[in-house]
Design a protein around this ligand. Structure first.
Ligand code: NAD
Length: 736
């Protein structure tokens, strides 16, 4: 009976139509224009068919649906471009109508006169959950894979297909706001506790339970369409609401520093929407959604955090024509802090790993790390015992290099010491099969230099992980001068296999991420030396949207590491390569005070035993004459911290270290949390306009030093009114 590409319909003897969403050639169902067209027709069809008493909608895939599709979002961008063109009013009206398509389709579904039940069998995100909310019944499977969320805020927008109106008409307003402004995932059980699903059942009971709801006489009318409906807690004009609403904007501001218009729009939609009839609420939501789509934040976040991240994850930079690498065995040499974690994430992807260190004890110690993680995950119910045992069985610790002879990829993570690395490279290559790829996890040593230790430098590459490896989604893949395409393809296939996002960068001291991070910390050193109170530096960073203040970050990566890097730079490049005032500050902390960072319990902060919280070290005040807080402009501090990083990113583009703006942006957000609302370092510049950025740099340079001088590339782009995405697009396209 099915005349649809994306759905099948089977009507049973009880007159219940089972609509199964199963898009061809896609691993996950997503909303596209075609899907909406077909759903529209299905609604008409079941309404017209007197034999159909009710409808159960489910998915034919392991997940329910991920929400809206890339191509639809891209289409909205094109409409946005129109909006900026000659006839903005018409274009915005068009945008308004397009963004309302889902809203009014779901409204049609819920007012179709027949009962609909959504049977949520797996991950159900965004627009797919909004569709489920429009169904009269919702049943979720209790499988661990079921995650329910309205995560739109994470890409700068908000649930704009009825989510902001239906959720607070089902759940209490506080829970509703919490769910939508954080975009966090709910289990089926939590969704039920919030009144967002009606039942949670065993996976094999999902469809029967959904059908039973209809057989039990589920009314095809939503609560908000019933006479006398009141939102949970009684709506806006109640004593409980009088507690919630005055505080809500303040709480949101504390969490987001006012940087996320999408999050604020959720508050407005809920507050305004609960005071009017449901359909008026939908229109209010549609208006705010149209407005938010036109913000720089939404545009930049969707581009970087959705489109570019997916493109890079799918191998946008992978050279064509090289067969996909299969990893029958990966070897990790050096079972220390990094090696142990690299072995874990590799085994977690189902790949057998040999973990090699100098002796059996050191190798075993590396595996102990995985054992600890597995035990923890089993204890928290996140991993089954069998899966844990299987993961651990994939890791073989040994001091015997012969065990890596048949590895497809070797990742070296031994001491950051050229001599040790040379010795280890030679030992590995003495046994390694000819076509295997050799990767170094070095964080500071140029790959081209290390490749000189290799007999096959075209098979030598950098795979630079970030700590903690288990949580950090980014991996920098570094090309040495002689690195060949097969090495690059293999590295990217490996990063994809362990489900992380790669950026590909050319060889330089500090690569991309650490160069930017170093500028962030250096600007904080400057501020301290100027006598800016340390607490203002840290707070300015958070207000600018950075997840961690620069001093706190320096403590995490270790102050003595900064000290060692300064010393190494002086040894390699001469004293003029570092700022001696910075060197003096760090030397005072490390040598004078033993303040090595968090690992030592003291750095820029003091770390008292838990549960006490860390506190800035009071002694910082005595190092430099202090300015009065009221004399310091916090807006300027915020600008300095973001601009110095963005400028460094621009330099890496100018030097050809990073070649694709998508990688600079995604790398900055995943690598060090660069203010996500900007869309990343280069989107920050493009977003304000290169001209404005150059002017800002010049203003800052006049007061705070020549390191703020705009570079020749930036000046050229400003003169030509170019953007990074415009100027470097051919490269991005070619690579894609
Ligand atoms: P680590 O000291 O914790 O571990 C190094 C391991 O290498 C030790 O277990 C040591 O026994 C082993 N080793 C030394 N010589 C060896 C040899 N000849 N044969 C076999 N094993 C040998 O160091 P780490 O922090 O894990 O750093 C390892 C590498 O990763 C370095 O190149 C470092 O720059 C890089 N890196 C570190 C970080 C970080 O945050 N620590 C981040 C990115 C990259």
């Amino acid at each position: 009976m099915s005349a649809y590409n994306n759905f099948t319909i089977e009507t049973d003897a009880d007159g219940i139509a089972l609509v199964t969403w199963d898009m061809p050639d896609k691993s996950m169902n997503v909303f596209t224009v075609e899907v909406m067209d077909e759903l529209d027709k299905i609604i008409d069809q079941v309404v017209a068919d007197a034999a159909v008493k009710g409808v159960v909608i489910t998915s034919g895939k392991s997940s329910f649906s991920g929400g809206a599709d890339l191509s639809m979002i891209k289409a909205s961008f094109d409409l946005l471009k129109d909006a900026q063109a000659a006839d903005p009013a018409t274009a915005v009206k068009k945008l308004f109508d397009t963004t309302g398509r889902m809203t009014w389709l779901f409204r049609k579904l819920e007012t179709s006169g027949k009962p609909w039940v959504s049977a949520i069998n797996g991950t159900c995100m965004g627009g797919a959950f909004e569709m489920s909310l429009a169904c009269h019944g919702r049943v979720a499977s209790n499988a661990k894979s079921v995650k329910i969320a309205l995560p739109e805020v994470k890409v700068g927008i908000f649930p704009g297909a009825g989510g902001t109106q239906r959720v607070p008409r089902l759940a209490n307003a506080q829970d509703a706001l919490q769910m939508m402004t954080t975009g966090s995932s709910l289990t089926g059980a939590r969704a039920k506790a919030m009144n967002l699903v009606h039942q949670v059942v065993e996976p094999d009971q999902l469809i029967p339970a959904a059908k039973q709801m209809i057989k039990d006489g589920l009314k095809p009318v939503q609560p908000w369409d019933e006479k006398g409906f009141k939102a949970p807690g009684g709506g806006i004009w109640t004593p409980a609401s009088a507690q919630l609403w005055p505080a809500a904007p303040a709480i949101l501001r504390r969490e987001t520093a006012g940087n996320y218009p999408g999050a604020l729009a959720i508050l407005k939609c809920v507050y305004e929407g609960l005071q009017v009839p449901f359909e008026t609420g939908l229109r209010i939501e549609q208006r705010y959604f149209t407005h938010i789509l036109q913000t720089t934040e939404a545009f930049s976040m969707i581009r970087s955090l959705f489109i570019s991240m997916q493109e890079l994850g799918k191998g946008a930079r992978r050279p064509a024509g090289i067969p996909k690498a299969e990893f029958k065995k990966v070897a990790v040499v050096g079972a220390g802090f990094m090696g142990a974690s690299i072995a874990y994430v590799t085994a977690a992807a189902g790949i057998p790993v040999v973990l090699i260190d100098r002796d059996q004890e050191a190798a075993d110690k590396g595996k102990t790390h995985s054992e600890g993680l597995v035990t923890g995950a089993i204890g928290k119910g996140r991993m089954s015992k069998e899966d844990g045992e299987k993961l651990l069985s994939l890791i073989t610790p040994t001091p015997d290099y012969a065990a890596l002879a048949d590895a497809d990829l070797v990742i070296e993570a031994v001491f950051e010491d050229r001599t040790v690395k040379k010795e280890v490279t030679e030992k590995i290559e003495a046994v390694l099969k000819e076509d295997a790829i050799f990767a170094s996890n070095t964080s500071t040593l140029p790959i081209t230099g290390l490749a000189k230790n290799s007999r096959r430098p075209n098979q030598f590459i950098g795979i630079h992980f970030f700590s903690p490896v288990e949580n950090m989604m980014l991996v920098e893949v570094i090309l040495g001068k002689e690195t060949g395409d097969k090495a690059l393809a293999t590295a990217l296939d490996y990063v994809a296999a362990i489900r992380k996002t790669p950026i590909v960068v050319n060889d330089t001291r500090g690569f991309y991420v650490n160069r930017c991070v170093f500028r962030y910390m250096a600007e904080a050193y400057d501020m301290l030396i100027e006598g800016v109170p340390a607490a203002m530096i840290e707070n300015a960073a958070k207000m600018a949207g950075m997840p961690v203040g620069p001093l706190s970050l320096n403590d995490e990566v270790a102050v003595d590491l900064s000290y060692k890097i300064f010393k190494a730079s002086i040894a390699d490049l001469g004293a003029e390569s570092v700022d001696l005032r910075h060197m003096e500050l760090v030397t005072t902390l490390v040598e004078g005070e033993g303040r090595l960072g968090r690992k030592a319990g003291k750095g820029f902060y003091d770390y008292p035993p838990k549960p006490a919280k860390k506190k800035l070290w009071p002694g910082l005040k005595d190092l430099y004459p202090q300015q009065k807080p009221e004399d310091v402009d916090i807006q300027v501090l915020k600008q300095r911290l973001l601009v110095t990083i963005a400028l460094e990113a621009a330099r890496t583009m100018e030097e050809g270290i990073v070649t694709d703006p998508r990688e600079a942006d995604v790398g900055s957000i995943l690598g060090f949390g660069f203010a996500p609302y900007t869309g990343g370092t280069l989107s920050y510049i493009d977003g304000m306009g290169v001209k404005a950025f150059v002017a800002l740099c010049e203003k800052l340079a006049a007061t705070y030093g020549s390191h703020f001088q705009p570079t020749p590339l930036l000046k050229d782009m400003a003169a030509k009114d170019e953007t990074f995405y415009g100027r470097f697009a051919p490269q991005a396209k070619k690579a894609a």
